[in-house]
Design a protein around this ligand. Structure first.
Ligand SMILES: *Cc1c(COP(=O)(O)O)cnc(C)c1O
Length: 377
């Protein structure tokens, strides 16, 4: 069996957890959390990074920080994970779904302005497969219409756009450290507060609406309830685990890239025979090898191909059911225009196994089984 994913361990996770345990530091914002914050701020250039329980939690913090009110509209792709939309729907926001580009499967920046109304508050680009959206255009639109930009960079740790780290480009950004991502802590994530004027409020929202973080810094002599908030900070054991991963983030990315490049080479002949399309990475985007996917040619029957791969014990899977066609998406959001590429790409995509330790022989096997399935179904 070749599974779709296998979490990578750097080897130091348990000793860092033991260290936190030894020092009796278990609640959030201890020394490991601070190390993670400092590392992520240095890496991304963000004014303030705050660990959260998940990327979902970071997006929920973003919706609170932007003070999203019932009826406020948030522009995003439909081809994304539920949390991108759900975080704003929790505040009464209305997701407005825009189609994606055929090349990167990211939001089509040229369709954003058509979706803007007087109720629009923010644009939420998601960097699919760790490949950046066209951020310069998106930032220019946001500036012109006085909108905030929240990057769902859940898949984008260690990726860059024109040399800038994803998540560190918009007003706010969010990373995921979920087990299925590149750098992991089981469940986990962080909010990147790039607009420094939002940093204090972000700390308050994350600490149950109190100024406890300022109190611990010695900036106030007692802490009280300041505003709405919740408990968004992870305990120190999670941060200890994450620290063992961040230390290896460069190495993790390099190893995944080797596997990604191998797939890209092996699949070239299938692309030239018109059987599928490989990922397209724009020149100014450095990706992080989060995912290797192929888009089948129109006429091929994906479900049967996936079934065949399953029978051959290959963990290949499809991806998002577009949010605009999901029950909650229909109830809480609306589509802006026809989402042609969203519908078509979501029906043609197959994601292949990609994890550190996957051998070249195994990759060859994945590609052979895929080729055989395409040719015989
Ligand atoms: C994984 C993912 C999330 C959710 O991340 P969690 O850490 O599991 O909350 C959100 N958005 C996108 C695009 C993702 O890929």
């Amino acid at each position: 069996m070749i599974p779709f994913n296998k979490p990578y361990m750097s080897g130091k996770e348990l000793s860092y957890i033991a260290e936190a345990h030894f020092h009796n530091i278990l609640a959030g914002d201890g020394p490991f959390t601070k190390r993670c914050h400092t590392w992520l701020e240095a890496r991304t250039g963000s004014a303030k990074v705050l660990l959260t329980h998940s990327c979902t939690a970071a997006l929920e913090m973003a919706a609170l920080l932007l003070n999203i009110q019932p009826g406020d509209e948030i522009i995003m792709p439909s081809y994304t994970f539920v949390s991108t939309a759900n975080a704003f729907v929790l505040r009464g926001g209305v997701p407005v779904f825009v189609d994606i580009r055929q090349d990167t499967l990211n939001i089509d920046e040229h369709l954003i302005e058509d979706a803007i109304t007087t109720r629009t508050k923010a644009i939420v680009p998601i960097h699919y497969a760790g490949v950046s959206c066209e951020m310069d255009t998106i930032l220019a639109i946001a500036k012109r219409h006085k909108l905030m930009v929240v990057e769902d960079a859940a898949q984008g740790v260690m990726s860059t756009y024109k040399g800038r780290d994803l998540g560190g480009i918009g007003d706010l950004g969010a990373y995921s450290f979920h087990e299925t991502k590149n750098v992991i802590s089981g469940e986990g994530g962080c909010l990147l507060v790039n607009d420094a004027s939002l940093a204090l409020q972000a700390e308050i929202i994350r600490e149950k609406g109190t100024n406890r973080t300022q109190f611990f810094r010695g900036h106030v002599d007692k802490y009280t309830w300041q505003d709405v908030g919740s408990s968004f900070l992870p305990g120190e054991l999670i941060a200890a685990f994450l620290w063992a991963q961040l230390e290896e983030a460069e190495q993790i990315t390099k190893q995944r890239m080797g596997i990604w490049d191998e797939y890209h080479k092996l699949l070239e002949p299938l692309e030239s025979h018109g059987l599928l399309r490989r990922p397209i990475i724009p020149d100014h985007c450095q990706h992080n090898a989060h995912m290797y996917y192929v888009l089948l040619s129109e006429e091929l029957r994906r479900d049967k191909i996936l079934q065949r791969m399953k029978t051959e014990e290959i963990g290949a899977i499809f991806h998002y059911i577009p949010l605009h066609s999901s029950p909650a998406g229909k109830k809480f959001g609306r589509a802006s225009g026809e989402l042609v590429n969203t519908d078509s790409c979501s029906e043609k995509i197959i994601r292949l196994p990609l994890w550190i330790g996957l051998s070249k022989n195994q990759q060859q096997e994945v590609v052979s089984v895929l080729e055989d399935a395409i040719n015989n179904i």
